[in-house]
Design a binder for this molecule. Structure first.
Ligand code: UD1
Ligand code: CA
Length: 477
């Protein structure tokens, strides 16, 4: 569907959000790991808006700085969205809020009004609303609510749902009869900008709240003979705003269920979509299985046949085909990323930190931590170990309780373990150090010098067994 005229979006975000009881401005609270306002800005980008004007007030500087940061961090899907801010101080109502944007809006466009605290509106809904507006009508997004208390009511010329829209009456200004109306204004509208400009100039604040109501433009449209259309939707979550931590948590679940459903439709098998969270981008191949209570953050890619056990936290990581991540594993690649090779086995209770690069068929077992280390094909560290700043060759076996001592208190140094090395249990490899190909390090050794290929190195006190020694005994009285 071609949108005939340019779209400019006004995002209202000046309100205080008192009920969040937080020092953080409401629109910066996170849903799916991303600020509420970022979701709305992405919506604007997705309808190919030419400009988005964000109305700021409470916490304006914080909100503006955050917007600039997250649009830089995530370029908005190649859109050319021009982001602008308009301050509204004091806040005299939604009509007054949109008035602040007028100097930044051009008359050849349509203005789409959104709220910074309404994160789950679907792009298709906004496109349908814009189509209804069609550059010439006032289009309102509405829905029927079982309990419409507090909302602006859609007043029509007659009882039928097709009857002409005459006005929006705010709850506080509504008569008892009007309060019976179930159809409410969602807070989202699309309006030709030149008409909006003329109507906003006619607003007054003679109402119960002494506010300049954006919703009053409906009666001006009616008076001017401009068609007003209501685009009714059924899904309340799409227009639900966040006013409190409870509402934020409710919308978080709606959002997560949407993400889970989309993945399942692609074939991903989630043990329980209600116990699954994604905060970022999760790409999955075929036959991926994810057990309960897993959290994915940042950029995560799971290739074909990957299985994720219960209770894993996985961030910024690429997992190759057939790899298995056992329960309670924590992976966070942060900026460097983490790579898990084909058929690798990780966990349970493993920790992979930034720069961990596991080759094919690597095994990382319980209570093993890997940081900035490369493990070649078939290397194994199965129990209670630390590998930091290390290069580990193919088929190396790294014993239980062994560590790389990579930090001398000032600098980090590298440990190189060549192919086919066996490191016994409870060894300390003091970096910088190289363990030569095929060599063995005896259990309990502290290795400070390079070892030659094929050798056995033992660096620990010799065992002494005394035969003439008696265990102390308690004196009998
Ligand atoms: C508004 C509508 C009401 C609709 C409801 C849907 C008006 C007069 N009423 O009600 O018909 O049913 O939304 O949720 O528009 N804001 C500003 N500056 C202001 C006032 C508000 O930026 O001066 C922002 C708020 O931060 C919020 C949005 O505008 O993001 C809506 O304001 P809110 O007070 O929640 O709207 P209501 O008065 O509840
Ligand atoms: Ca209000």
């Amino acid at each position: 569907m071609a949108i005939p005229v340019p779209v400019d979006v006004v995002i209202m975000a000046a309100g205080k959000g008192t009920r969040m009881k937080s020092s953080l401005p409401k629109v910066l609270h996170r849903l799916g790991g991303k600020a509420l306002l970022a979701h709305v800005i992405e919506c604007a980008a997705s309808v190919s808006a030419r400009k988005a004007v964000i109305i700021t007030g409470h916490g304006a500087e914080t909100v503006e700085a955050a917007c600039t940061r997250f649009t830089q961090a995530t370029p908005l899907s190649d859109s050319k969205l021009d982001l602008k801010f308009a301050r509204q101080e004091p806040q005299l109502g939604t009509g007054h809020a949109v008035q602040q944007a007028l100097p930044l809006l051009a008359d050849d466009g349509v203005t789409l009004v959104l709220s910074g605290d309404v994160p789950l509106t679907e792009v298709a809904t906004l496109q349908a609303l814009l189509a209804q507006c069609d550059g010439q009508r006032l289009a309102l997004l509405t829905l029927n609510m079982a309990d419409p208390t507090g909302y602006g009511r859609i007043v029509r010329a007659g009882a039928e749902s097709s009857a002409q829209v005459r006005a929006i009456v705010e709850h506080k200004d509504a008569s008892d009869a009007q309060r019976e109306i179930r159809e409410i204004y969602s807070g989202i509208m699309a309006v030709p900008t030149r008409l909006l400009r003329s109507w906003l100039g006619r607003l007054d604040n003679k109402n119960a709240q002494k506010e300049y109501y954006l919703t009053d433009i409906v009666k001006f449209a009616v008076a001017d003979g401009i068609a007003v259309v209501a685009h009714q939707i059924l899904d309340a979550a799409q227009v639900a705003g966040v006013n409190s931590p409870v509402q934020l948590a409710e919308l978080e679940r709606v959002y997560q269920l949407r993400r889970a459903t989309a993945l399942m439709e692609q074939g991903v098998r989630l043990a329980d979509p209600a116990r699954f969270d994604v905060r970022g981008a999760l790409g999955c191949g075929q036959d991926v299985e994810i057990d309960v209570n897993c959290l994915f953050e940042g950029q995560v890619r799971l290739a074909d046949g990957v299985r994720i056990g219960a209770n894993c936290v996985i961030a910024n990581c690429q997992i190759a085909a057939g790899a298995v991540i056992h329960p309670f594993t924590h992976i966070d690649g942060e900026k460097l990323g983490v790579q898990v090779g084909e058929g690798a086995l990780v966990g349970p209770f493993a920790r992979l930190r930034p720069g961990a690069q596991l080759g094919a068929e690597v095994h990382i077992g319980n209570f093993v931590e890997v940081k900035n280390a490369t493990l070649a094909k078939g290397a194994k560290a199965n129990h209670l170990a630390y590998l930091g700043d290390a290069t580990v060759g193919e088929r190396v076996n790294y014993g239980a309780g062994s560590i790389t001592a990579n930090y001398d208190g000032a600098n980090k140094h590298r440990t190189v373990i060549e192919a086919d090395v066996h490191i016994g249990s409870n060894c300390v490899l003091v970096a910088p150090v190289t363990i030569g190909e095929g060599s063995t390090v005896g259990a309990g050794s502290t290795i400070t010098k390079n070892t030659a290929p094929g050798t056995l190195s033992v660096a620990r006190g010799k065992q002494v067994s005394l035969s003439d020694w008696k265990r102390p005994a308690k004196k009998s009285r």
